[in-house]
Design a protein around this ligand. Structure first.
Ligand SMILES: *Cc1c(COP(=O)(O)O)cnc(C)c1O
Length: 390
């Protein structure tokens, strides 16, 4: 293919038309593939001849999603998984052995902490948590045993932004790999592989789908590293379904446009909330007042659709606002056309102890908003009405 730009690649890359001459991508809803002879089956199974064998190994629809995502993330290759957590598991079990160490940001998705702390330590892997924006802490924690460094940027729900190149340099100095979770930015707004990261982790469940319909995940990296993941996938099987891959291929086509629209709405809501007398603080990278505004501007094309804000009056006031809003959905998901709200302290971060919550900055008055694509005036009116109930 010629060297097309991102908007073109989002629509055309990876496409392989079948003899039916379909213009929309086909869904290969098949678990296995049939051959014309025993000889052909033997050579496909042995890998002597290229071709599909079984959908846990390869599936054309899933491959299309992988190719297109790899192109947009500026990686050599990608592997799709059944969910974002399945991508994390695939990476951890492929790369880590007993005696290895993981240095991980503390400011990450709750299930990621749970997975690292419970299921990798079980096999003799040490996990050390650091404050994501404390570069001295990264430097002190990364040693010769460290195999993997891991963080999210921007982080959920406080919108902390981590300097990718800076942590990548610290990791590479000791021979460790850096994996970055950019679920909130998506490949449309940030490409960590061009900023020093070795692996990108995506939950396609969020903005890549964009309409709250399917679960999916992916790891994007060099060919060499993705081959290691592929070997694990073939044996362990956390693969993406062809139907979900098809939904997500279509999600990628409109991702950049949607992220621009999510970002525009989120900025307007953030500005409204910042000026509201009942709001103590707004966490959104697009606000010049935000601690990480300059770094976000340097690393990202735009600021995305997720923000959080703190109201006076703790849990009672936060719940009052959430319960008084009419238009928005109360749900733990994010990255939907619909505006979604959640109370992190009692939902997404409810599993943390009070001490862990305090360390992570998850206060009782905090409300997270995944700003949707409704008319921004209606979204603001909804929050204005809800805030007046406190
Ligand atoms: C949702 C999410 C995940 C996990 O993805 P699933 O598809 O739900 O398994 C990981 N990281 C972040 C930042 C997320 O928002």
């Amino acid at each position: 293919m010629p060297d097309y730009k991102d908007a073109t690649n989002a629509i055309h890359s990876g496409v392989r038309q079948t003899q039916e001459q379909e213009n929309s991508e086909a869904i290969f809803a098949t678990s296995s593939f049939a051959y014309s002879s025993a000889e052909e089956a033997a050579s496909k199974f042995s890998g002597e001849e290229n071709g599909n064998v079984y959908s846990r190994f390869t599936n054309p629809t899933v491959e299309l999603f992988e190719k297109r995502l790899a192109t947009l993330e500026k990686g050599e290759a990608a592997i799709a998984t059944s969910s974002g957590m399945a991508a994390l598991m695939t990476m951890a079990y492929s790369l880590l052995s007993a005696g290895d160490k993981v240095v991980c940001s503390r400011n990450i998705f709750g299930s990621t902490v749970k997975f690292f702390s419970t299921y990798t330590t079980k096999f003799g892997v040490e996990v050390v948590y650091v404050d994501a924006t404390d570069y001295q802490a990264w430097e002190d924690a990364i040693d010769e045993k460290t195999k993997l460094c891991y963080f999210e940027t921007p982080s959920n729900p406080l919108y902390e932004v981590v300097d990718v190149q800076r942590v990548a340099d610290l990791a590479h100095e000791k021979g460790a790999l850096l994996c970055v979770d950019t679920v909130l930015a998506t490949p449309a707004l940030q490409n960590p592989l061009t900023q020093g990261a070795d692996i990108v982790m995506q939950s396609a469940t969020k903005f890549i789908d964009g309409q709250g319909r399917t679960l999916g995940g992916a790891l994007i990296s060099s060919k060499e590293i993705v081959e290691v993941f592929t070997a694990f996938m073939r044996s362990a099987g956390p693969c993406m379904s062809p139907f979900n891959a098809w939904v997500l291929v279509n999600g990628l086509e409109t991702l950049a446009l949607r992220m621009t629209a999510h970002s525009a709405n989120a900025l307007k809501l953030a500005q409204f909330l910042e000026a509201h007398p009942k709001v103590k603080k707004v966490n959104y990278g697009g606000l010049p007042s935000h601690k990480y505004h300059e770094l976000a501007k340097r690393q990202q094309k735009d600021f995305g659709g997720l923000l959080s804000f703190e109201v006076e009056g703790g849990r009672e006031a936060a719940w009052q606002v959430i319960n008084s809003a009419n238009l928005v959905s109360i749900t733990g998901n994010l990255g939907d056309t619909k505006t979604l709200v959640t109370h992190p302290a009692t939902t997404t971060h409810g599993r943390l102890t009070d001490e862990e919550k305090a360390k992570a900055g998850i206060v009782e008055g905090l409300i997270r908003v995944s700003v949707g694509l409704e008319d921004i005036e209606d979204i603001i009116t909804d929050f204005d009405g809800a805030l007046s109930q406190i």
